[in-house]
Design a protein around this ligand. Structure first.
Ligand code: PLP
Length: 382
């Protein structure tokens, strides 16, 4: 890291983790596909790399970039967001207690209950919009507090500073899934959180063409070694090309997030005023219960929102079916605006209302997106 480089996020997004290729002068770094690296005569590895699962130049560049963007000292890149989340969770010991949001990303709930079933973890799922609920759920055997803010898809906002303070007093590790926000909008480590979790599949890579995940923490984090073992020994590694793609996407992340946030706010305001919309879940709206905390800890409010149509699953699916610019697909944070009926993709234990649609706002023209939703909602009254 250059100590002289300005630390503004736009400059970090272009320069952090990168350098001009010394062999060729290439401004954009190459993809190193080699799985193995030459030893010197004394058996050492002068480049610092030995074998690609352990470490490789593209992964290192991405990890350095993410660490700088999040204001941490160490980052680990993974083959998916869930691999990154699992790398945190597998630090837990049999019988440990975990506190997580009541609407935590539904597949992470499955990691805790099914994938890691042999750890027999005890879990308390609480409404983290009120940090007091986290404090009340504390037990002597609590070992991890997991936050997701804003949460997917109910867009609940958690006060990171308040939860970090509660956890620090009790000496409990905190992790925050910050996928929806990215470091452009919020930096959990600045609020005292120990581990930032990302699905880089989403806005960080930004083009819906790579699956990845990452963790960022500081040196003192007690879960670093276990997470790194899961990466290097468990082999949950992204390929060099995947790392290159994610790093390429990061260069435009601040611009994309700003454009998506601005469109999303206009769309949320349009939906909030529509007679066939029951509720809009978006912390950018002044009426949203998370607005005050989000305004404190986020720079803008991001490109993801949910809304509930008047009616049930049938009406919501009807609106999604009638869109022409929005694409009916899962995921978020890419160039294409996506619409999804979450309850039908989540498992039977879903906590997502049947009339809810999640939107991920892409980079199309804002008025085109509003017109598309207007004509799709109009089909309901037709
Ligand atoms: N965290 C959140 C908030 C997500 O939305 C997702 C995926 O949708 C994940 C984690 C998992 O990421 P991945 O699909 O890259 O494993």
């Amino acid at each position: 890291m250059s100590s002289r480089r300005p630390q503004n996020i736009e400059t970090l997004a272009v320069h952090a983790g990168r350098s001009i290729d010394t062999a060729t002068g290439a401004v954009i770094g190459p993809i190193h596909l080699s799985t193995t690296f030459e030893r010197d005569e004394s058996g050492g590895y002068p480049s610092g790399f030995s074998y690609s699962r352990w470490d490789n130049p593209n992964r290192q560049a991405l990890e350095r970039c993410l660490a700088e963007m999040e204001g941490g000292t160490r980052a680990l890149a993974f083959s998916s967001g869930l691999a990154a989340s699992t790398a945190v969770a597998q630090n837990l010991r049999p019988g440990d207690h975990v506190i997580a949001p009541d609407n935590v990303y539904y597949n992470f709930r499955k990691v805790l209950s099914a994938l890691l079933a042999n750890l027999d973890l005890k879990t308390s799922y609480v409404d983290m919009r009120d940090a007091a609920n986290v404090e009340s759920a504390l037990r002597p055997d609590t070992r991890l507090i997991w936050i997701e803010t804003p949460s997917n898809p109910l867009m609940k906002v958690t006060d990171m500073e308040a939860v970090a303070q509660i956890a620090k007093k009790a000496k409990i590790v905190t992790a925050c899934d910050s996928t929806i926000s990215t470091p452009v909008l919020q930096r959990p480590l600045d609020w005292g959180i120990d581990i930032v979790v990302h699905s880089t599949t989403k806005a960080i890579s930004g083009h819906s063409d790579v699956t990845g995940g990452a963790l960022v923490m500081n040196d003192a984090c007690p879960f670093f070694e276990g997470a790194q073992n899961f990466q290097r020994l468990g082999g949950a590694v992204p390929s060099p090309f995947d790392c290159w793609l994610v790093l390429r996407g990061i260069a435009t992340l601040p611009l994309r997030i700003r454009a998506q946030s601005s469109s999303a706010l206009a769309i949320a305001e349009f939906l909030a005023g529509h007679p066939l919309v029951e509720a809009v879940l978006y912390p950018g709206l002044a009426t949203d219960p998370g607005h005050e905390i989000a305004s404190r800890q986020m720079k803008l409010f991001g490109g993801v929102m949910s809304f509930q149509v008047k009616g049930a699953a049938k009406e919501a699916l009807g609106v999604a079916a009638a869109t022409q610019v929005f694409t009916r697909a899962t995921s978020l944070g890419g160039t294409h605006s996506l619409i999804e009926h979450r309850a039908s993709v989540e498992s039977e234990e879903t906590r997502t209302p049947a009339n809810l649609l999640r939107l991920s706002i892409g980079l199309e023209n804002t008025a085109d997106l509003i017109d598309d939703l207007r004509q799709a909602l109009n089909q309901l009254s037709a």
